[in-house]
Design a protein around this ligand. Structure first.
Ligand SMILES: [Fe+2]
Length: 242
């Protein structure tokens, strides 16, 4: 492939001909880049927990928040894995191309009639509460709830995960890391929800004598404390949800 073309946003490598449902999109996402898909599962699990802490208790609404996390990076289908996992800093041109995944994902999800919350999370999950971020144009609570929650969950997963260009951050410090950007990147009320989640997870870790949990242990307790009533508990069985 031409070197420059590799880093352009386009779908010519994806066969959408039989894509008519969210499940079909999920299959494409898993086939396209397994690692990215696993990150999306973590984002979905955080979304579910944050929504619960916010007081959402209707199973349908909770599931919508889960799916908003699961499908938030659907637009990355328009980026080949070498582009998604580029082991260095993006050039300005690459960054501008990458930003298209927000709008792109929302359009793919609209075509399969995904719920509005899921479409909006894909479109606005890089919008910051202070109006910065992309695609921009929304500020504060104008940003839909599913996107404001996903903004935090996506950052949490990015912080905790080891990527080709960085080590995972210490789970113990996840709250302090995100808190620095309360009111600029993140919604204050939702950071308070995450604070409750983080404190509960750290309490469970302390009880088993581990005050510096790995990402794996941290996610284990997240699932145990919050997804006990959800039918799917890991990325491996995700297709059973649909
Ligand atoms: Fe994204």
């Amino acid at each position: 492939m031409n070197q420059n073309k590799k880093f352009l946003y386009d779908y010519s490598h994806i066969d959408f001909s039989n894509t008519t449902s969210k499940k079909d999109i999920l299959v494409l996402l898993i086939q396209h880049d397994k690692d990215s898909f696993n990150y999306s599962f973590n984002t979905a699990a955080f979304n579910y927990a944050i929504a619960k802490e916010l007081g959402v208790d209707d199973p349908t609404d909770l599931r919508l928040m889960f799916e908003s996390g699961l499908f938030h990076d659907t637009g990355k289908l328009g980026m080949i894995p070498e582009f998604i996992n580029f082991p260095g800093s993006y050039t300005l041109m690459m960054y501008n191309e990458m930003k298209k995944h927000a709008q792109g994902g929302s359009e793919i999800l609209e075509k399969v009639n995904a719920d509005i919350e899921i479409v909006e999370a894909a479109k606005y999950h890089h919008c910051n509460i202070d109006g910065s971020g992309y695609p921009g144009g929304l500020y504060g609570k104008e940003i839909p709830l599913s996107a404001r929650i996903t903004r935090i969950s996506d950052s949490l997963d990015a912080y905790l995960s080891k990527r080709c260009y960085k080590e995972g951050g210490p789970a113990k410090e996840a709250l302090d890391d995100l808190k620095q950007y309360t009111g600029t990147s993140y919604d204050e009320e939702l950071i308070k929800c995450f604070e409750a989640i983080h404190n509960q997870i750290m309490k469970e870790c302390h009880l088993i004598g581990e005050d510096r949990p790995s990402q794996k242990m941290y996610m284990h307790f997240l699932v145990r404390l919050y997804l006990y009533d959800f039918p799917v508990k890991n990325a491996k069985h995700i297709l059973e949800l649909f």
